[in-house]
Design a protein around this ligand. Structure first.
Ligand SMILES: C[S@@+](CC[C@H](N)C(=O)[O-])C[C@H]1O[C@@H](n2cnc3c(N)ncnc32)[C@H](O)[C@@H]1O
Length: 231
């Protein structure tokens, strides 16, 4: 899918995005973001960039765990950013947030600036993933960390069969009904099934220049948390 089609798709589902995330994941998305920020073990007064920030849930979780941090969010969907703006304004952390409209492939930050870069459920949508990960490396300070959350499917057995039935048949129906945008909730399972296995994505992080790469399956491997470090 072209980047313009992806940003319009997220523009269209922005008003119901949070509600459907909680419903379709049975609130597991909240736990996954919490795990991601904990894994970063952020230093004091950390400066963190959340790429593909959507409605700002990762930024708010960063500041909930580390109230002395500064969290920037960048996304190319104006409507998702609008929701993020409302949520951060209503939070107690507004003064430590910054939102920017932009592309993961063109980050408007100098090199060696961030203590951490995060991207949750976003990298799957980026056409040139290696280039995006190289950009993340560029803006990180030496020793800075990258954390990526991405959806996967359980690798085998009955659990995989049951999950695929939910993910390919039930989820698109519920998502399409509430969002009035069936294409977006058909794109979700299609894009997840096209995403590489965890070992493949970890290898890509390594090729892009990261070291100390780890990955951890969450909730039976429905989601994977990847981490890496800039040397
Ligand atoms: C599934 S949402 C995830 C939002 C948020 N990170 C979360 O945890 O809920 C994917 C987001 O990635 C954004 N996105 C996709 N490709 C992008 C790109 N190349 N540059 C910037 N944002 C992008 C979309 O606009 C959308 O807001």
């Amino acid at each position: 899918m072209k980047p313009e089609s992806i940003s319009s798709m997220f523009d269209a589902i922005a008003p119901n995005y949070d509600f459907l995330n909680r419903l379709l994941s049975l609130r597991r998305d909240v736990y996954w973001r919490r795990e991601m920020i904990q894994a970063l073990d952020l230093p004091k007064k950390a400066m963190v960039l959340d790429v593909a920030c959507g409605t700002g849930d990762v930024m708010i979780e960063i500041l909930r765990q580390k109230p002395d941090a500064v969290a920037y969010g960048i996304d190319f969907s104006k409507k998702m950013l609008h929701v993020a703006g409302e949520k951060t304004r209503q939070s107690e952390y507004f003064s430590q947030t910054g939102l920017l409209a932009g592309d993961a492939l063109h980050l408007p930050f100098p090199s060696n600036q961030m203590d951490a870069v995060t991207i949750a459920f976003g990298i799957r949508n980026v056409a040139d993933r290696k280039k995006a990960i190289e950009n993340f490396l560029h803006v990180l300070k030496p020793g800075g960390k990258l954390a990526v959350l991405e959806l996967n499917t359980p690798s085998r057995g009955m659990l995989r069969a049951l999950y695929l039935m939910y993910f390919q048949k039930i989820l698109p129906g519920i998502g399409g009904f509430f969002s009035k945008n069936p294409d977006a909730y058909q794109y979700l399972p299609d894009s997840v099934l096209n995403f590489p296995a965890p070992s493949g994505f970890a290898a890509l992080m390594q090729r892009a220049g990261f070291s100390e790469i780890t990955w951890k399956p969450l909730t039976f491997g429905i989601c994977t948390l990847f981490t890496g470090q800039k040397e």
